[in-house]
Write a protein that binds this ligand. Structure first.
Ligand code: ADP
Length: 399
């Protein structure tokens, strides 16, 4: 069975074609500047075909999907002989609200429910819907499509973890609560962690640290998310590349009044100009911060120190929430690549009996245990693979 995985943004669209017999990645690619002009980078990974990397007109997502299908099936760049070989499509959908606790086959009712969640994710869900509709337009209604939600994994959180201490009616009437994001990633790395430990996930308490441009931490108790650091939106929790993370709401009122800033501009500052970029004034990219800090830039060092401190602080609160922890997992861009950040965070876990094997911590690109055999809590680096989870769910539902 071959599954096409689609992750549609407002002006971009990432895809992978995976042969589920053996879970072989056949091709991957990225459409950019959809609605502006259009560019496609298509990378075939089998058959020794060349990479296609050129401008392609993409007034809408439909032309983008058509270009993807064209390349996937073409003589020169293709990995399948025709569209008929694509058995199902799995779509990443950011927000499923309280309606979806797992992945689902996309029906008209499901589309309506995804629409209803637009107010919770005004930037993401419309793009996801556009991606689904574009696929239907190009591929027809006979190819089954599955929605995999970023929020679904966190639907197991208990009310004491997901409720905000505001008037209850805001939850009842308006759905104001913690939803959490990166669920597909936390689900993947926690189950992979259990596999690597050779234990049933039901018996394990795992803290999953997804640290990329956007970052979140998740407490996974017995395979279920019981708390996570992102909230009603992906703005809160840790300081991120450009997002502020947790912040006293009083600061917002103070700055808006003092500087005469409107709510949209304020939110733009908190989403795009804050985080490690805002603190350092250097970059949102941790590689740039490492270099600047090594050159003696104090604010770059402060941003790195704050990030490590926040990861440790939130993870520590999850040790309390779960009454213990068996393993800590690092994943995503920073988690998978930054040895220095992993070391800095792990320093805070000495009270748990964590000991890092620095040689293992220097390795890259593989699932690896980076704690010593004596370490009381195991620490892993596990490259995340959200596309594979989407493809597996799609196979399970549509196969
Ligand atoms: P996204 O949240 O956009 O999916 P990623 O998980 O791809 O982000 O993470 C991207 C981030 O990973 C980059 O902004 C950069 O800060 C960080 N990163 C990538 N490689 C390294 C590295 N070698 N050292 C430190 N940070 C890195």
């Amino acid at each position: 069975m071959k599954v096409l995985v689609i992750n549609a943004g407002s002006s971009s669209l990432k895809y992978q074609l995976i042969d589920m017999d053996g879970e072989v990645l056949l091709a991957k690619g990225l459409c950019e500047r959809i609605g502006i002009d259009g560019h496609l980078k298509h990378t075939p990974l089998v058959g020794g075909k060349p990479v296609f990397n050129e401008d392609v007109p993409m007034p809408t997502h439909s032309e983008a999907i058509a270009a993807v299908i064209d390349k996937l099936t073409s003589e020169e760049y293709g990995v399948v002989s025709s569209m008929k070989e694509i058995d199902a499509v799995g779509h990443r959908v950011v927000h499923g609200g309280e309606k979806f606790a797992s992945s689902v086959l996309i029906t008209d009712d499901v589309m309506e429910a995804i629409h209803e969640c637009i107010p919770f994710a005004p930037l993401h869900n419309p793009a996801n819907i556009t991606g689904i509709n574009a696929c239907k337009a190009v591929m027809g209604n006979d190819v089954p499509m599955v929605a995999v939600f970023d929020t679904a994994f966190h639907q197991t959180m208990p009310p004491k973890a997901y409720m905000y201490a505001v008037p209850y009616n805001y939850y009842k009437k308006d759905g104001v609560r913690r939803y959490g994001f990166h669920g597909t990633s936390h689900r993947y790395v926690s189950s992979r962690c259990a596999e690597l430990m050779g234990k049933p996930i039901e018996e394990l308490k795992i803290i999953s640290c997804h640290m990329g441009n956007g970052s979140s931490i998740c407490a996974v108790d017995g395979g279920k998310s019981v708390d996570t650091s992102m909230g009603f939106t992906p703005l809160v929790g840790l300081p991120m590349g450009t997002r502020a993370g947790d912040l006293d709401a009083g600061v917002i009122q103070y700055l808006m009044h003092k500087d005469g800033i409107g709510v949209d501009e304020m939110l733009n500052i908190l989403n795009k100009k804050s985080g490690v970029l805002g603190v350092s004034g250097v970059s949102s990219d941790f590689r740039d911060l490492d270099m600047a800090a090594a050159d003696g830039n104090d604010r770059a060092q402060l941003a790195l120190d704050m990030f490590a401190y926040w990861v440790a602080k939130v993870a520590g609160s999850y040790v309390a929430a779960m009454n213990g922890v068996d393993a800590i997992v690092f994943t995503a861009g920073v988690g998978e690549n930054s040895k220095s950040m992993r070391s800095a965070i792990s320093e805070y876990f000495k009270y748990l009996g964590v000991e890092i094997d620095e040689e293992a911590n220097s390795k890259r690109g593989e699932d690896i245990c980076i704690s010593t055999p004596d370490s009381k809590v195991k620490v892993f680096v596990i490259p995340t693979n959200e596309e594979l989870v989407i493809a597996r769910d799609t196979k399970a539902i549509a196969g």
